[in-house]
Design a protein around this ligand. Structure first.
Ligand code: DGL
Length: 264
């Protein structure tokens, strides 16, 4: 079973990609809605939340962990891997690789939560791989609450996106990394505001391909054949009331999946 987590709804953009690319692998998802957003919290709180979320998934039977959250990927990926001794996939690496592959002028923008941007994880990794690149970052702390609220297509959201993207637009970036798994849900607005010539990078698909390659190369990465199923199996857990979450989850995954509230 693959355990996936995020602070809330955003990680379902990764679940959507996994369902498409490894359709037979059973998935268990945790949206830590009681403590969202993670992106305004300190490194210590982000790590503590990540450990609790991962422990819950491991207790539910996860044998591979997917951190469907850039904020946690920036601060806790290595520690989670060391502690749980399981294969851990994170979202930053696939986004960096994809951006370097598609960028024509190596003028790369990154948007993310305040914590992700402050961690400098994206510029550091991009410049390690290609010191010629120019990286411009912008924190967009209001976007996660707007997405959690289901305000995907409101004029207010569009105005806020425009304001956040302005400093990157004037830098004439040619590629923009969506460095938060909530942002693909605002892809159309982001594309319109940054300009149609800028390539948007969403790491979900690239990450799912890595998981698939791993499952194939490593005799299913420790998953037994009985762990694979023929229909699609996914359970979603949340740490607070499921109201708005359930509705947005249906829109993202285009199907109804049970959403169960738990305490961790
Ligand atoms: N979706 C997450 C990320 O990719 C978390 C955002 C948040 O909770 O602030 O960073």
């Amino acid at each position: 079973m693959i355990g996936i987590f995020d602070s809330g709804i955003g990680g379902l953009t990764v679940v959507r990609a996994l369902m498409e690319i490894v359709p037979k692998a059973p998935l268990v998802y945790l949206g830590d809605t009681a403590r969202t957003p993670y992106g305004n919290k300190s490194a210590a709180t982000i790590k503590a939340n990540a450990f609790e979320a991962a422990s819950f998934l491991v207790k539910k039977g996860a044998r591979i962990l997917v951190i469907a959250c850039n904020t946690v990927s920036s601060y806790a990926a290595e520690e989670l891997e060391e502690h749980f001794k399981l294969p851990v996939f994170e979202v930053v690496g696939p986004g960096v690789d994809l951006a370097l592959k598609v960028s024509r002028k190596l003028r790369i923008g990154v948007i993310g939560t305040r914590a992700t941007v402050e961690s400098q994880v994206y510029p550091r990794r991009i410049l390690q791989l290609n010191p010629q690149a120019k990286v411009f970052s912008a924190a967009c702390p209001l976007l996660v609450p707007l997405v959690e609220e289901g305000w995907l297509n409101r004029p207010e959201t569009n105005r806020i996106v425009k304001k956040y993207l302005h400093p990157l637009k004037v830098k004439q970036i040619d590629t923009l990394i969506l460095g938060c798994t909530h942002y693909p849900l605002l892809k159309k607005t982001i594309q319109r505001k940054i300009g149609m010539r800028v390539t948007l990078v969403d790491s979900a698909h690239a990450l799912a391909l890595r998981v698939k390659a791993f499952l194939e190369a490593d005799g299913r990465g420790g998953l037994q054949s009985g762990d694979f199923c023929h229909g699609d199996t996914c359970v979603i857990y949340v740490t607070d009331d499921a109201g708005q979450f359930r509705e947005t989850a249906g829109l993202i995954l285009k199907k109804t999946i049970p959403v169960v509230r738990i305490g961790i």
